[in-house]
Design a protein around this ligand. Structure first.
Ligand code: EPZ
Length: 447
């Protein structure tokens, strides 16, 4: 039983006895990155709203707790449904330790600036794979009339923004940025006038946040394209219900887990078109991917048939998602020959490779390119979840591995995967949470 509620701040490990092909059916939960944006966007509402299909994961618990620290009323209807009333918010400041636990806390900048013309927010946290600047966020706020948005204005790790009033602007994003796109949308939806975000990110979660804002009375057009146009409105009435889209990255992770174990799994409650970059690559390698209306079945007609190597290049949606990069490198290890992974979004997102090498992987990294020399059959080891998606990659490798693997700092995985132990157990995996890990080379002990 993996209780994530009481895991905040606790370190623990996953013990996985690999070599079992995953079989059966699982349901995908709500999207972490959509839920984080939508929860922040609920601050803009002039009334209450109910959110459904909210994933039961650590990062969402932190974001909901952040709203409570601002004075918002958050009522838990069940593990996946929350009623939020932001009209009780009594501050524009968020500087406690919770803010630096997640990256998405930066959405409080756009939301509070948009709601009350002021925001004083501690710099965010999040996975560490290179510098994670917020210059584009600040540029958007500055163009809309906010003061304190120069990087030089940031003092002692807190951003202090003020705009009376916020006005519409034409914002060109030099780099496609999910966070800057969402933050600018939040600030713009009640600003005076029209805002255009050019070179906007197009991820499914951007569209979900825009749909949520529109359903509460905002006027946003073009989400999902390069140019998003927001016409500011004075009031955003509430009292409605919104359901979060399925998690594209969780779905892709389970597609890969099924594939690397030579299993046969049908993944339900997903949007197949969101999975196209991964589905196409897996077909290229030799897997069979069968699409239903809201499901994908992953299997291989002949598990003796060698898998083909591939070249994968991450890029903003509809390109190959960077958040599936580590998991896909594990999949490429199953192919015969050399595959290439190009990480074009983040500066340093191969920090997990030495952990995979402990399990037998043969991968050479040259800055943003990893050369994956397959075929590798993994062996169990004690490894580290260096960040959320790297941890998910270690789970995939451990499921395929012969022997037992211990993944330390597994709480990082629970930041973004709802009840992963239960979901994998339901597919036949031998996985459990443990608090003590045998030292390297010690015999397996019952923890
Ligand atoms: C979001 O991060 C996601 N996090 C990340 O997922 C994901 O990897 C990323 O988008 C790309 O898809 C959340 O949604 C909470 P970006 P974000 O702004 O918004 C540069 C996960 O595993 N950039 O799209 O921080 C930046 O350095 C997490 O769920 C600037 O230069 O990403 C990067 O190279 C990990 N200046 C590129 O843009 C800025 O002001 C894309 O970053 C902002 C970003």
């Amino acid at each position: 039983m993996d209780q994530t509620d009481n895991s905040i701040g606790k370190n623990y490990a996953y013990e996985i006895k690999g070599g079992v092909p995953l079989k059966g059916n699982i349901d995908i939960s709500g999207s972490k990155n959509a839920a984080l944006g939508v929860i922040a966007a609920s601050i803009m509402v002039d009334g209450a709203c109910t959110l459904e299909n909210v994933p039961d994961i650590l990062d969402v618990h932190v974001m909901l707790d952040l709203l409570k620290t601002l004075g918002a009323t958050v009522d838990k209807i069940d593990n996946h449904t929350f009623r939020i009333n932001p009209t009780t918010i009594n501050t524009y400041k968020a500087s406690g330790p919770l803010v630096s636990r997640i990256r998405a806390s930066y959405y409080l900048m756009g939301a509070l600036l948009g709601r009350c013309g002021k925001a004083s927010i501690r710099l965010p946290g999040g996975c560490n794979f290179g510098t994670r600047p917020i210059d584009l966020h600040l540029k958007a706020f500055q163009l809309m009339g906010a003061t304190g948005a120069n990087p030089s204005d940031i003092n002692s790790g807190t951003v202090n923004l003020e705009a009376n009033p916020l006005h519409g602007a034409r914002i060109y994003l030099d780099i496609v940025s999910v966070g800057a796109t969402i933050n600018a949308m939040l600030a713009a939806c009640k600003a005076q006038g029209v805002t255009e975000i050019i070179n906007a990110a197009k991820e499914p979660h951007i569209v979900d946040v825009a749909n949520f804002l529109n359903s509460m009375g905002a006027r946003i057009k073009g989400a999902g394209t390069d140019i998003i146009k927001i016409t500011g409105v004075p009031v955003l009435p509430g009292n409605f219900t919104y359901s979060i889209i399925p998690d594209q990255i969780e779905a892709g992770t389970y597609m890969i887990a099924a594939a690397v174990t030579d299993g046969d799994v049908t993944i339900h409650n997903l949007i197949p078109t969101h999975m196209e970059p991964l589905s196409a690559k897996m077909r290229e390698m030799g897997y069979t991917i069968e699409e239903g209306d809201e499901s994908i079945r992953v299997y291989r007609e002949n598990v003796e048939q060698e898998l083909y190597p591939a070249t994968v290049k991450t890029s903003p949606y509809p390109g190959f998602p960077t958040d599936l990069q580590p998991q896909t490198v594990v999949l490429l290890c199953s192919a015969n020959g050399q595959s290439r992974m190009h990480e074009n979004v983040w500066q340093n997102r191969f920090q997990y490779v030495p952990e995979l090498a402990k399990m037998g992987a043969n991968i050479d990294v040259y800055e943003r390119i990893a050369l994956v020399n397959g075929k590798t059959s993994f062996r169990g080891a004690t490894v580290e979840a260096t960040d959320l998606r790297a941890g998910a990659a270690m789970v995939c490798a451990a499921l395929e591995a012969s022997g037992t693997t211990y993944i330390m700092n597994a709480q990082r995985i629970d930041r973004g995967y709802e009840h992963i132990v239960q979901k994998l157990t339901d597919l036949g995996a031998n996985i459990r949470r443990v608090n003590d890990v045998p030292e390297y080379g010690e015999e397996d002990t019952e923890a």
